[in-house]
Design a protein around this ligand. Structure first.
Ligand SMILES: Nc1ncnc2c1ncn2[C@@H]1O[C@H](COP(=O)(O)OP(=O)(O)OP(=O)(O)O)[C@@H](O)[C@H]1O
Length: 269
């Protein structure tokens, strides 16, 4: 892998074995007695390289295969075929070392302990990662300031609003200072002011801290504001890989609305 690549995926595919059921009671009973299995191709021969310090948007319609791809890049899922290197490692075979060098936020699901205040989860993560206390205190102070956590991080996670909880998840993902950050719909459920605060935080993470970020989102304003490059997945395949500028140029419209351009890509891909 070239030294400047944070992520290098070559010909990656993922399929799942699923049970096919017809509709109606009779079909449901038949499927219990003799289930019909079929292979569902969810990610199909995806090749993708991401340079260190790049802010990449991974876009695509619902069910396109984005989360499945991220789960393979983080080592949660094993590809059916193809090769993945993240920070030079194969994520699913070197999970422990990989976990030290990546952070991940899945907006729909928390990684924090549900019954504990977020600050306690962050303290447990400090011990798991072996972060020196002074470093931990500095990062906590910074995250508290930039993400506005102090107002609610002593509340049990289960009592937090979605937007509050995801901000705590972001702090947890970055606590061990990983060079690569995976964000799967991180601003879901956030109000306008908090969204802007989180975007500013993410900009700082890339511009000042040099992190590599791979972001999936359905919010095209976010993409236009944050990302250097868009990779669009449709039906498990890469349908577009390039900058927003190149996409606009291809449409001969420098001011074209990013949402309209991406919608067009969804339809033609
Ligand atoms: N474990 C699984 N078993 C069977 N099918 C699965 C599994 N996980 C995901 N899928 C299917 O794979 C497809 C892609 O799902 P995925 O979650 O990767 O999509 P996505 O692009 O992240 O969508 P969204 O934008 O809605 O979050 C969907 O059709 C989904 O039902």
């Amino acid at each position: 892998m070239e030294a400047e690549l944070a992520i290098d995926a070559a010909g990656v595919s993922k399929s799942f074995e699923v049970t096919v059921r017809g509709s109606g009671m009779r079909a449901a009973v038949r499927s219990l007695i003799r289930p019909v299995r079929e292979t569902k191709q969810v990610v199909d021969d995806v090749s993708l390289t991401v340079r260190k310090g790049e802010f990449l948007a991974l876009l695509g319609p619902n069910g396109a295969g984005k989360s499945t791809l991220i789960k393979m890049l983080t080592g949660v899922l094993v590809p059916t075929s193809g090769e993945i290197r993240v920070n030079g490692r194969v994520p699913h075979t070197d999970r422990l070392a990989n976990a030290r060098d990546i952070g991940a936020v899945f907006g729909q699901r928390t990684q924090l302990w549900w019954d504990l205040p977020a600050v306690e989860s962050l303290n447990i993560l400090r011990d798991i990662y072996g972060i020196p206390r002074a470093e931990h205190a500095d990062r906590m102070a910074l995250f508290s300031e930039l993400l506005g956590l102090a107002g609610f991080w002593r509340t049990p996670v289960r009592h937090l609003s979605l937007g509050q909880r995801v901000r705590c998840d972001l702090a947890a993902a970055l606590l061990h200072d990983p060079p690569v950050l995976f964000l799967d719909e991180p601003t879901i459920g956030m109000d306008l002011v908090v969204k802007e605060q989180v975007r500013e935080f993410l900009r700082h993470q890339v511009a000042d801290r040099g992190r590599t970020v791979l972001l999936t989102t359905h919010d095209m304003t976010e993409v236009a504001q944050l990302c250097d490059r868009l990779v669009l997945i449709n039906g498990g395949k890469v349908a577009y890989d390039g900058t927003l500028g190149a996409l606009r140029a291809a449409h001969h419209d420098e001011d074209a609305d990013v949402e309209a351009l991406v919608r067009h890509l969804y339809l033609v891909a």
